[in-house]
Ligand binder design. Sequence first.
Ligand code: PMP
Length: 371
Amino acid sequence: MPEHWIADRTRCFDASGIRRVFELGAKMTDPIDLSIGQPDFDVPEEVRRAAVDAIQSRKNGYALSQGMPVLRDKLQAQIDRQYGHDDRQVFVTCGTSGGLMLALLVLINPGDEVIVFDPYFVMYDSLAGVAGGKVVYIDTYPDFRIDLERVADAITPRTKAIIFNSPGNPTGVVAGREEVRGLAKLALERDVVLISDEIYRDFCYEGPSVSPAEYNPQTLVVDGFSKTYGMPGWRLGFAHGPAPIIREMVKLQQYSFVCAPHPFQLAGAVAMDVDMSPQIAAYRRKRDLLLAGLADDYELVHPGGAFYVYPKFPWGTGMEFVEKAITKHQLLIIPGCIFSHHNTHFRISYAAEDSVIERGIEALRKLGKQG
Ligand code: PMP
């Protein structure tokens, strides 16, 4: 096939690093898998039942592009209660990823600059690039905090958006209230759209997660059900923000994703009434188990949320360490270069059974000491 058939925008993504880990892992019989970005708990039973009931009662047609009222109205009421903004509207997306993609396509003109904090969730720079944006990275090493002065300096007349994510993937770091407020106000003052990815909002172990929308009513929030309810395969998310942005995103959804899966929207409405605090408490405990296990051998920034820990490599270059982890210890972890311009850290996901985390700790201790 002629090379020129493939559009240039495909060069915005390079999945080779993660693929390499998966390929190495796929050959193993019983790997210690701490690479996965999804909860190990299942969708609560009543929610699974609601999905089956929806399918059996023939709710299998197209849904409204903005989302079915049973879910959308419930989300809108929750958001109104939380923020009380006149102009804040919500709609239902195909996962948080769907919301992100629509947001960037609706907001970014070719050549617009998009600020992304490094390390970052892999989709941010890829999707900003697909939309024609120029990504401006702001390094947050070594503490993964946002330095407002650096953000202020990075904003130019071409800056259209800043993408913010707390609790963060891959670091697990939770931004403090002052940090969030500063960023929210700065975006408002400098006429830049703040996109806040709040998918890990419920996985916040030391107090509630703070949204910049509390301080900047124009914040565009992308959020979803994948992590909180253990349903990443159901592709259910939502986005809320200024009504004119949401209107355009719904319009584009109509011509692309069309709608989020209809039966899962009905089940999503049921999920919103389920108390997930036992699952969250279990994840806090898993985090503490992992942190205690790594304390003597690894340097890391305290992760207050999500389900990731992002330690520094104790030796070697990034790929060297990760390959040894995989080939010698059957331990699957993700090298930081996937999420960053630095290749000094690696991501561990503790969304796994305790026995797997314990095996992981044992392998990491050996690896950290002797290589
Ligand atoms: N944002 C972040 C920070 C994530 O980690 C993920 C999933 N790994 C997503 C968005 C996408 O999630 P969804 O399944 O809702 O598309």
